[in-house]
Design a protein around this ligand. Structure first.
Ligand code: E4P
Length: 217
């Protein structure tokens, strides 16, 4: 499973990317709006730092205007993936852009039928928002399972990008289902590797070793 970071914060991205474990980045208008400075420069810096797909979202709502914005965003860097909301105009723009070889991440997906249409429109990625579904009392993880089954039934190649991740439990569940990609907020990255028993175990191994006076040399 590929791991993307859901962030537009360059220092946070640089820090975590040092791990060599980050396969791409997802941004959205809300995340970019929080950052000081020119958004194109921010996206360019992110796209230089991380070699994988960097999602940058259009903000127009009409398909023609979305396509215009997509062309502007694509010029920022080769690894930019155009993020388009799951509306009818978004699907029209997605179909056009993918026919022109753009990579498109269809975002704000909340139902299996939306995911089917995005795949038919040629989406490279579909982004179901798990946390936001949970917030309204629905089962976000179940949507990932449903889309996995549907894409398998019809041999659809769109990659399932689990988004709006709120907890380590979300991560565990989407890994078990077999989502292709997960995009995680930076604060959850640490939870992926930290474990209390790892820290305790290491402490006792090192203390026993020190007491023995032995050295690896
Ligand atoms: C994904 O592409 C979105 O940027 C993101 O996952 C939204 O998450 P949120 O619901 O926590 O804002």
């Amino acid at each position: 499973m590929k791991i993307f970071l859901d962030s537009s914060d360059i220092s946070e991205i640089k820090l975590i990317n040092k791990s060599g474990l980050i396969d791409g980045i997802t941004t959205n208008p809300s995340l970019l709006a929080k950052q000081e400075g020119n958004f194109k420069k921010i996206l360019k810096t992110i796209a230089t730092e991380v070699k994988g797909p960097i999602s940058a979202e259009v903000t127009a709502t009409h398909s023609n205007k979305m396509i215009e914005e997509a062309k502007i965003l694509q010029k920022i860097a080769k690894n930019i993936v155009i993020k388009i909301p799951l509306t009818l105009d978004g699907l029209i723009a997605c179909k056009y852009l993918t026919s022109k070889k753009f990579k498109v991440n269809v975002t704000l997906c909340f139902s299996p039928s939306q995911a089917l249409l995005a795949a038919k429109a040629g989406a490279t990625f579909i982004s179901p928002f798990i946390g936001r579904l949970d917030d309204v009392g629905e089962n976000g993880v179940q949507l990932i399972q449903d889309i996995k089954t549907i894409y398998k039934n019809y041999n659809l190649k769109t990659e399932i990008l689990a988004a709006s991740i709120r907890s380590l439990d979300h991560v565990r569940q989407v890994m078990q289902i077999g989502a292709d990609v997960i995009t995680i907020p930076p604060k959850i990255f640490g939870d992926l590797y930290r474990h209390e028993l790892t820290d305790k175990g290491l402490e006792s191994f090192l203390s026993d070793w020190k007491k023995s006076g032995k050295q690896i040399s």
